[in-house]
Design a binder for this molecule. Structure first.
Ligand code: HEM
Ligand SMILES: *[C@@H]1O[C@H](CO)[C@@H](O)[C@H](O)[C@H]1NC(C)=O
Ligand SMILES: *[C@@H]1O[C@H](CO)[C@@H](O)[C@H](O)[C@H]1NC(C)=O
Ligand SMILES: *[C@@H]1O[C@H](CO)[C@@H](O)[C@H](O)[C@H]1NC(C)=O
Ligand SMILES: CC(=O)N[C@H]1CO[C@H](CO)[C@@H](O)[C@@H]1O
Length: 377
């Protein structure tokens, strides 16, 4: 048990921690027009955006003020709720932009990443108002939310252009523009910014991990087994089992990673990373042929074995080069933390250094052996 004299400093420590956390929020210092006071406010994690909101449980309504800076004053800002999923597709959103001199607003039913239907939303919206305020725009609105829920999935976005007819042009796909979504707790809980990981982000992480491990690390490692361990007579046939074991494991993980990639591709219709996708498909085909050609391997002294070796080696080295290239292409798309990229680069450098050293040792060994053999004869 802590004695009271111990508890007092702890209490003040926690209080000051609480106060600094709270006062570091920018939204608390934002002044809003009108007399309405909002119960909660959030500094949204990306796109320099803020949300003030009050949830009224008696008639399940949510009043919000969304504040963001559009890229240009001819641009648009938008906020909305996704009643059925996470992310943009199927969201019901409100956008605001400048129509010559006055602010204009629209409600948009985002039926996919391509089909944007202006008009009524799937829930009621009232008290809509838009304001412009030195480089920022504000959306005021009250929306009906389903009864007895304590959180909703929301999205926000900014765009640089509005067409002359008043329809918005697509936004950028920079990483912050693609992560402007989250779970909004109606009673203000979880304001730490900790948002549970959604299933698509989870799939992206699984996809990245499996493929880096397989195409990016295990396949190259398996090739070094075959190339360097094989030279030493004492390591025969161990090198063969090491090589086949490594490549089969890589293949199984790679196919699983490939599958998650295809799934991710189908989940984000309207946006394709064709180079990454095509290299991925090529890799899958090459690796599948390699695995099946294992069973068609001619005996070592067979006259076709020479051709089989040429085919097997050229496919093998192509897989390594394309595999590593595609891991880096994937990094460009998913933008993992720098620490993961650095770790992978270190692994590749280590493999390259080990290969270089082994190359020297192998050549010395082969040359010595040849010398001995010629001396004998
Ligand atoms: C012409 C209009 C628009 C087009 C063509 C468009 C298209 C797209 C596309 C292709 C993506 C990428 C999906 C992926 O990651 O694979 C995306 C993401 C996103 N969009 Fe839009 N968009 C439009 C308007 C809006 C509006 C009005 C909002 C919100 C107010 C919005 C919010 C978002 C958000 C939050 C994401 C990232 C989250 C997610 O992956 O769903 N977009 N958009
Ligand atoms: C919900 O209640 C608020 C006040 O508590 C009121 O301003 C608003 O009009 C009500 N909305 C509906 C749909 O009844
Ligand atoms: C912009 O303002 C004009 C009138 O100046 C109006 O006719 C038009 O409907 C407005 N457009 C939008 C998208 O609000
Ligand atoms: C709040 O966070 C906890 C743990 O991080 C999570 O289980 C819960 O679903 C979150 N609630 C909301 C409303 O996001
Ligand atoms: C942070 C960031 O990259 N934001 C971009 C989001 O999209 C707009 C246009 O839609 C860009 O202007 C921003 O730079």
């Amino acid at each position: 048990m802590a004695s009271p004299s111990n508890s007092i400093p702890i209490f003040f420590f926690l209080l000051s921690l609480f106060l600094t956390t709270v006062s570091s929020q920018t939204c608390l210092t934002q002044k809003l027009t009108g007399t309405k006071v909002y119960a909660n406010c959030l500094d949204l994690p990306v796109l320099n955006s803020y949300l003030h909101y009050t949830y009224d449980a008696t008639n399940s309504s949510l009043s919000v003020v969304f504040i963001a800076a559009p890229p240009t004053l001819d641009g648009w800002i938008g906020w909305g709720i996704n009643p059925t999923a996470t992310g943009m597709a199927w969201s019901q959103v409100i956008v605001a932009f400048k129509n010559k001199t006055v602010m204009a607003m629209k409600t948009l039913d985002l039926e996919s990443y391509k089909i944007i239907v202006p008009g009524k939303l799937s829930f009621d919206v009232w008290d809509m108002k838009a304001e412009e305020d030195v480089g920022t725009m504000k959306i005021f609105a009250t929306v009906k939310v389903p009864a007895n829920v304590d959180a909703v999935n929301h999205v926000w976005q900014v765009g640089a252009t509005v067409m002359p007819g008043g329809s918005i042009a697509p936004h950028d796909f920079q990483p912050p523009n693609l992560s402007s979504k989250g779970r909004l707790s109606l009673n203000g809980a979880n304001d730490s910014g900790v948002v549970p990981v959604d299933p698509i982000t989870k799939n992206k992480n699984i996809h990245g991990t499996l493929n880096t491990l397989s195409w990016g690390i295990l396949f190259p490692l398996g090739v070094t087994m075959a190339r360097y361990v094989k030279t030493f007579p004492s390591a025969d046939p161990a090198w063969f089992y090491l090589h086949v074991g490594c490549q089969l494991t890589a293949y199984v993980l790679g196919v699983a990673g490939w599958g998650t990639g295809m799934k991710l591709g189908s989940q984000s219709e309207g946006i394709t990373f064709s180079a990454h996708r095509n290299i991925g498909i090529t890799l899958f085909i090459l690796a599948t042929i390699q695995v099946f050609a294992l069973f068609l391997r001619p005996k070592p002294d067979h006259k076709y074995r020479y051709y089989w070796n040429i085919y097997h080696h050229s496919f093998g080295y192509t897989i390594i080069i394309l595999g590593i290239l595609n891991v880096f292409k994937g990094f460009e798309i998913l933008h993992p933390d720098q620490k993961w990229k650095s770790a992978y680069i270190l692994v590749i450098i280590a493999l390259a250094v080990v290969s270089l050293v082994m190359e020297v040792i192998t050549w010395t060994f082969v040359l010595k052996k040849n010398c001995k053999n010629t001396n004998k004869t």
